[in-house]
Design a protein around this ligand. Structure first.
Ligand SMILES: NC(=O)c1ccc[n+]([C@@H]2O[C@H](COP(=O)([O-])OP(=O)(O)OC[C@H]3O[C@@H](n4cnc5c(N)ncnc54)[C@H](OP(=O)(O)O)[C@@H]3O)[C@@H](O)[C@H]2O)c1
Length: 245
């Protein structure tokens, strides 16, 4: 496949066949970004992309499966071949929540698997795609975090009075926040901006009692994906407001 000659921004959104990720794809594509819709299941990715293509949006499915890390390299090669760069990476894949347990009894396999998906796979995918993000004149990396990863939030007596927190999910997002600030530091001499987003309490399959729609939940990460050159890096935000670490 020959390389595109236009200079439209190119974004990859992971875990995007449903929920917040799908809404992020729509909003980025509506702003003229060519969107690669990441899904671990090719059929689910195709179906989701078709719903956006039907509205005239330039969205292509791409397989990103944390259980098959060779899909990370295949994605990098496909993006390199067709676009030669990646302007926006939205790391949206996430699993949780272990509300049935506390830090005192969370099973180790659950803790390890949550970190594998929510932290290690994000670091690995980002590292593998970074050479392409470096080729963008204004790279943006957005990590879909959660306010539940805020240690400042968990450390108050008011928070303790509200009861137990799920360690695996919370700590995996705390680690993701750490990756965000460390990567922003590592890239401080480049135009790349790296930020973490709290989408809000969003009504999606894993959170049926969510308070806002996926479209509303997508807004923070979309804004961070489209930050201007004088925007922040190494921050944690919800709708433009800083979230405590
Ligand atoms: N909903 C909320 O209130 C809320 C609040 C704070 C933060 N967040 C964060 O926002 C992000 C999206 O959440 P959501 O509520 O939209 O979740 P969701 O509807 O469950 O969507 C999760 C996406 O991640 C994919 N995924 C899960 N495990 C994967 C794996 N091992 N490999 C590849 N893809 C995988 C899913 O693919 P399949 O369809 O194949 O399972 C799906 O596309 C997550 O990082 C979540 O932690 C959500």
């Amino acid at each position: 496949m020959s390389r595109r000659s236009d200079d439209r921004r190119v974004a990859l959104v992971t875990g995007a066949n449903r929920g917040i990720g799908l809404a992020v794809c729509r909003q980025l594509a509506e702003r003229g970004v060519v969107v690669l819709l990441g899904a671990r299941d090719a059929a689910a990715g195709d179906a989701a992309a078709r719903t956006l293509q039907a509205d005239g949006l330039e969205v292509r499915p791409i397989v990103i499966d944390t259980d098959h890390r060779e899909t990370f390299d295949a994605a990098r090669e496909a993006i390199e071949r067709e676009f030669g760069k990646l302007d926006i990476l939205v790391n949206n894949i996430g699993i949780g929540c272990d509300w049935a347990y506390t830090a005192a009894n969370v099973p180790m396999p659950l803790l390890r698997n949550t970190f594998e998906i929510n932290f290690f796979s994000v670091v690995e995918l980002t590292q593998r795609l970074l050479p392409l993000v470096r080729k963008s004149p204004a790279g943006r990396i957005v990590n879909q975090s959660s306010a539940i990863g805020s240690l400042a939030g968990h450390a108050t007596p008011e928070s303790w009075a509200m009861g137990d927190r799920p360690l695996a999910y919370s700590a995996s997002k705390t680690a993701l926040n750490a990756f965000t600030v460390h990567l922003a530091c590592a890239l401080r001499d480049t135009p790349i901006k790296v930020n973490a987003a709290h989408p809000g309490i969003v009504k999606t399959d894993p959170n049926p009692n969510g308070l806002i729609t996926p479209e509303e939940g997508a807004r923070t990460s979309v804004a961070l994906a489209l930050l201007p050159d004088d925007g922040p890096t190494g921050g944690f935000f919800h709708l433009g407001e800083a979230v405590p670490w």
